[in-house]
Design a protein around this ligand. Structure first.
Ligand SMILES: *Cc1c(COP(=O)(O)O)cnc(C)c1O
Length: 361
């Protein structure tokens, strides 16, 4: 399977790349990102066949469905990071909290951020690829509080990888700030900025696109990558737990195999929700994906009205800072799968330049 660019190709990059290329260099032409050229379809008996399989086997088979170009040994090493979760046999417990209401507990990793579930294996994959190619990478991460600690933890002392992490000073919890600023590995750097998460993400995107910054890195034989969910390497490990959670509901006797479920996903950058979207498009029986917002409910408006409008909005700091995001990066991949690269490029240009776009009927 190849990965292609959400905003089309400008001639300066390959038209299609492998999974490993897409995750090593996640930014593509016209400021776009990479998405799979088609969404793999699960075999009709895939779910039934995985009822008696463990999380790692499910994960391995999903990676296989996307045709990832990773050595078996590297996949094994990546998935062995789940051994560091509270229950290695079941890294994502699914727990009943109400009548016909269950929660996927995604906080059983080393930093307690749900992002561990994807970042732990992702860190091993990225470092492994870098070593195999004898290349050095700088990961620039922007965080609203959860990505930072999880990214720093996964890359701590990993060969061939350095991390610089930008966080909005005052915009994270004290625990999260301390998780970051007390890291002392030589390959990690943490920087608090004056501004909010969108400012941190904009600074990151600006740097990643800056020629001068990139030339300096070339002189240092270092390439840039990203650990935010613009990186498809994050998304692929996120869609797994949606499938896993469904299988758990069947195993626990709450639903019949084939019965549809609602996925309710608190959303910021839309990575977790996009994982659910891919799981659904691959064949998971999903009735609806419900996007939960906080006061920064730009996605609520988009879904109800087809309008993405930042003009009257200011980012509102809330008690759920990981969702205090107005430019939700992964919506772009949904636009791409629905409308194609040309339309996505047009919409994203409108958002970047005019701060709004409107979908047609
Ligand atoms: C990152 C995060 C979110 C937002 O997730 P996305 O996948 O970026 O939409 C929501 N809640 C918590 C606790 C998070 O850490």
């Amino acid at each position: 399977m190849k990965f292609i660019e959400t905003r089309g190709n400008d001639g300066s990059k390959p038209v299609a790349v492998s999974f490993s290329q897409a995750i090593l260099s996640p930014l593509s032409s016209f400021g776009g990102i990479y998405a799979p050229e088609h969404i793999p379809q699960l075999a009709p008996d895939f779910l039934a066949n995985h009822l008696d399989k463990d999380y790692k086997t499910l994960a391995r088979d999903i990676l296989l469905a996307f045709g990832v170009d990773l050595e078996d040994g590297l996949v094994e090493a990546a998935l062995s990071t789940y051994d560091g979760f509270d229950d290695p046999e079941n890294p994502v417990p699914v727990v009943q909290i109400g009548e016909r209401l269950h929660v996927s507990e995604l906080y059983h990793g080393p930093t307690r951020a749900f992002k561990d579930t994807a970042l732990q294996p992702f860190g091993v994959v990225l470092s492994g690829l870098a070593q195999a190619r004898d290349e050095h990478y700088l990961i620039m991460a922007a965080t609203s509080g959860d990505t930072g600690p999880a990214a720093l933890d996964t890359f701590r002392n990993k060969p061939n990888i350095k991390v610089a992490c930008l966080y909005p000073d005052g915009g994270t919890s004290d625990v999260q700030r301390l998780q970051m600023v007390t890291e002392d590995a030589a390959n990690l750097k943490v920087i608090g900025i004056h501004g909010n998460f969108d400012d941190a993400q904009a600074a990151l995107k600006g740097l990643l696109g800056s020629e001068r910054f990139c030339t300096t890195l070339v002189e240092k034989h270092t390439q840039l990558s990203a650990a935010n969910s613009v990186n498809f390497g994050r998304i692929i490990f996120q869609l797994i737990y949606h499938l896993h959670s469904y299988l758990e509901l069947v195993r626990q006797g709450h639903i019949e195999l084939g019965e549809k479920v609602y996925l309710v996903v608190p959303s910021g950058n839309f990575g977790n929700a996009l994982g659910g979207y891919y799981a659904w498009r691959m064949g998971l029986p999903v009735e609806k994906i419900v996007i939960a917002s906080n006061a920064n409910n730009v996605l609520t408006d988009l879904i109800h009205t087809g309008v993405y409008d930042l003009r009257q909005r200011k980012l509102i700091g809330t008690s759920s800072p990981a969702m205090d995001i107005l430019k939700s990066s992964n919506v772009e991949r949904v636009l791409f799968h629905l409308f194609g690269a040309e339309r996505t490029r047009e919409l994203m240009r409108e958002l970047d330049e005019e701060q709004h776009y409107q979908l047609s009927g």
